[in-house]
Design a protein around this ligand. Structure first.
Ligand code: GLN
Ligand code: ZN
Length: 784
């Protein structure tokens, strides 16, 4: 089956509202694809499990695209995006478009279908998936293209054109969105075994011809605008990278006649050199900038913007859920008009709305006042249009007035401010918050107490969340079962997980986190200053979504959050039970944060709350406490100049949580990413006793840092197998990986664990995988 949508019966054409003819200036960079109630997730998972057909999946996808286009058209958006839908990931879609399928997936040419596509995304019985990594500084993950000098690029997925035609058949001339050639190459990695001298950028000559084919086909289909997303332009580009960009677009230029080209940037402002190169491009009709995160763009614009081009002004925040301050935005837009000329400003979102929640109308349980402060993707579309209309003199007074009222209510609401918390944060500023002894001295003290074998085995925390388990939690939440029954069910689950780990031979146990729906939401629900949505889902990778809490006020911890579960679990075993907490930086980075207070201020508040919990756990006799900082790296600002400050307060926040514990209490942390080489000093500076870290999907890239002689004395557990895939690794394979690690790491510091938590896996996968993992550790112990 192919990815095309030919089999879909087209729904009727829309009738567009009359004002859309005059509201000429609104644009949306991209839109969430998962659906207001995660329809795509359920369709994908049912298809993957063989419970529904490819046709059924395609129908759900087509229905979702239809309703998105319909909403934007009815609101009156002028430039409506297409090809922002994806069955898994838009970078993988680009890999498919370019025919850059790694040979191991056995693709023999022709249009790329579901089989090859989903094998690349998820692996299959015989081949692991391609690597996945974070999309810039977001919590969205993309599939990393693997390229080498031998890749034979070909136009192998016509999805962009098909989506364009699909919308066209509905009466809409959409703007097809492509990831531009520079960003595509910069998001790629060299394929395994490729010579070190190979440069990814050298492939630009080979991919540009494919882009030309796509552009030609889109033009032939009637496209009047094409959007090239080049978010990499906001990075600190080297001269060669910028030159590659300029070359690529000069080369593409010949195909740009007869169609308007928009180059869209987002997530930060572009550096001034890049701004100059970008706005010097001749055959391009418009440039898009993120005016929410890009605070310097306004100055750049003042210093010069080509008179015949459109400015796509991203004033509506695509990364957050707060209602736009319409009056303030309108002011900015008017200033921009003064700079670039009337009718040259197109009102837009700061980036794709992929990174915000889908639709506020489904939030029936949210507090009314808080709800009035918010706007999700569907509401942001309305805001963009309202601003665009206001700019051409069609201001909707009532809409602007109610927006002003909700902003005033948020500014003055007593639920936002807590004086005690504010004072505690101010008091933090006089100390370094560091444990008194060195990590090696602490590890020695801990070993005396814990008496662990060499290469200790552990897991990252969660065990599979079965349907039964989720049901119990749901029913308890809906008050269908009593607290007593709920607690008993959880205890039973914990006892099962404890017994399993004892049977498998683990050294450090976990309770399995059965009481947690999500590692951030669970804590947010028990902290003050957080609000929750029912359907505020954001895609994380493939069918996986997260529902970030909303931090709206000062954060504090009214009572202990995990002590009962951890001490209950500890009482079931004589082996050490790890207490399991989410760290402040991760809570911050995986929440929708306040935009009325600095991020670091909010982070310190969370750190103080987690510190209370750490100390309560220690008092309750928990000797190992893991404080997950899964998302520390992804909060790293994209621009180098902003990174030191972030790392300083992020690392400080982590240390605040545990600087007060005894030497004998072992602090673990866990991180969900592999490219930590550039922040290794910050990680060492966190001063944790043991770090477990994702590793297996990136060919032990992270281990290379230890070759370079970094002085690293803490314990470390680089994941030995990929938990994102259903594949079960063999004992031999795992032993092999462990040996590779021992080639670079001292056997006294190495821990053996999977890449991440197991909550999304099935017991039928987890049990044999863990059994093999413990067996591999035991085998190697005998060989040391
Ligand atoms: N302790 C968490 C778990 O195991 C960590 C998850 C994560 O790192 N994303 O689920
Ligand atoms: Zn993880």
């Amino acid at each position: 089956s192919s990815l095309s949508c030919f089999s879909i019966t087209p729904p009727p054409r829309f009738s567009l509202p009359s004002f859309s003819i005059r509201a000429m200036t609104s644009h949306i960079v991209g839109y969430p694809r998962i659906g207001p109630k995660r329809e795509l997730k359920f369709a994908l998972e049912s298809f993957w499990e063989g419970k529904s057909s490819a046709e059924e999946l395609k129908q759900v996808a087509a229905d979702l695209r239809f309703s998105i286009w319909k909403q934007m058209a009815e609101v009156g958006i002028k430039y409506i995006p297409s090809n922002t839908f994806s069955y898994y990931d838009h970078v993988l879609d680009t890999t498919a478009m370019l025919g850059a399928v790694p040979p191991r997936y056995g693709w023999n040419g022709g249009e790329i279908g579901f089989d090859v596509y989903f094998s690349m995304a998820r692996g299959n019985a015989s081949v692991p998936a391609m690597e996945m990594t974070k999309w810039f500084d977001t919590n969205y993950h993309y599939i990393v293209p693997e390229l080498g000098p031998d890749v034979k690029f070909s136009y192998a997925s016509h999805k962009a054109v098909e989506e364009y035609k699909e919308a066209k058949a509905l009466g809409l001339d959409t703007v097809p969105v492509l990831i531009g050639p520079l960003s595509y190459l910069l998001l790629s990695k060299p394929a395994k075994g490729v010579d070190k001298s190979f440069s990814l950028l050298s492939l630009v000559e080979k991919i540009v011809p494919i882009y030309k084919e796509v552009v030609a086909e889109l033009k032939a289909a009637g496209a009047t605008w094409i959007q090239f997303d080049e978010p990499s332009l906001v990075l600190d580009l080297e001269a060669l990278q910028l030159q590659t960009f300029t070359n690529a677009y000069s080369e593409l230029e010949s195909s740009f006649s007869g169609v308007n080209i928009l180059i869209e940037t987002y997530f930060a402002d572009v550096p001034i050199q890049t701004y100059k190169a970008l706005t010097s491009l001749k055959n391009v009709a418009g440039f898009g900038f993120d005016l929410v995160r890009g605070t310097r763009t306004l100055n750049f614009l003042k210093s010069g913007f080509p008179s015949d081009k459109y400015l796509f002004a991203g004033v509506v925040d695509g990364r957050n859920i707060w209602a736009n301050d319409l009056a303030a935005s309108l002011c900015i837009l008017q200033v921009l008009e003064g700079i670039v000329g009337k009718d040259k400003v197109v009102v837009s979102t700061s980036c794709s709305l992929l990174h915000t929640a889908v639709d506020l109308v489904n939030e029936t349980k949210l507090d009314k006042e808080i709800k009035s402060w918010l706007a999700f993707a569907a509401q942001k579309v309305v805001e963009v249009n309202a601003l665009a209309r206001a700019l051409v003199g069609q201001k909707d007074q009532a809409f602007f007035a109610s927006n002003a009222t909700s902003h005033a209510s948020r500014r003055s609401s007593p639920r936002v401010r807590n004086e005690n918390v504010q004072r505690a944060v101010v008091a933090l500023k006089d100390s370094d918050h560091r444990r008194a002894t060195s990590v090696s001295a602490r590890l020695a003290a801990q070993q005396k107490k814990l008496n662990l074998p060499i290469l200790p085995t552990t897991t990252i925390g969660s065990f599979p969340q079965t349907i039964g388990l989720r049901k119990v939690r749901r029913e308890y939440k809906a008050k269908k079962i009593t607290e007593y029954d709920y607690v008993n069910a959880m205890k039973e689950e914990i006892s099962k997980v404890v017994k399993l780990q004892e049977e498998l031979g683990f050294d450090v146990l976990v309770h399995g986190e059965p009481e947690r729906n999500d590692m951030v939401e669970y804590f947010g629900e028990q902290l003050s200053g957080f609000a929750f949505t029912v359907n505020g889902w954001v895609q994380s990778y493939g069918s996986r979504c997260v529902k970030p809490p909303i931090i709206y006020g000062d954060v504090s911890r009214p009572r202990a959050m995990t002590v009962f579960w951890s001490s209950t679990a500890q009482s079931m075993t004589r082996r050490p039970m790890k207490g399991m907490l989410t760290g402040p930086v991760t809570i911050l980075n995986w929440s929708f944060v306040r935009n009325d207070q600095n991020r670091h201020e909010t982070c310190y508040q969370i750190a103080l709350a987690i510190r209370d919990e750490v100390e309560d756990l220690e008092r309750a006799g928990i000797n190992i406490i893991q404080i997950d900082e899964a998302a520390l790296r992804e909060g790293l600002p994209l621009r180098k100049s902003e990174q030191p400050f972030y790392l300083e307060w992020a690392v400080q926040s982590f240390r605040i949580t545990n600087c007060g514990v005894k030497n004998t209490t072992q602090i673990h942390t866990h991180m969900c990413y592999s490219n930590f080489n550039d922040i290794i000093n910050a990680i060492i500076n966190m001063d944790a006793d043991v770090i477990t870290i994702e590793n297996s999907r990136s060919d032990e890239k992270l281990l290379s840092v230890f070759h370079e002689g970094v002085k690293y004395e803490a314990g470390i557990g680089p994941g030995v197998y990929d938990i994102h895939s259903p594949r079960i690794p063999s004992t031999e394979e795992l032993a092999d990986r462990i040996n590779k690690m021992l080639a670079v790491l001292d056997n006294r510091v190495l821990w053996i664990n999977p890449d991440c938590g197991l909550k999304t896996r099935k017991y039928s996968e987890v049990e044999p995988a863990l059994r093999n993992m413990v067996a591999a550790a035991k085998l190697i112990r005998t060989q040391l």
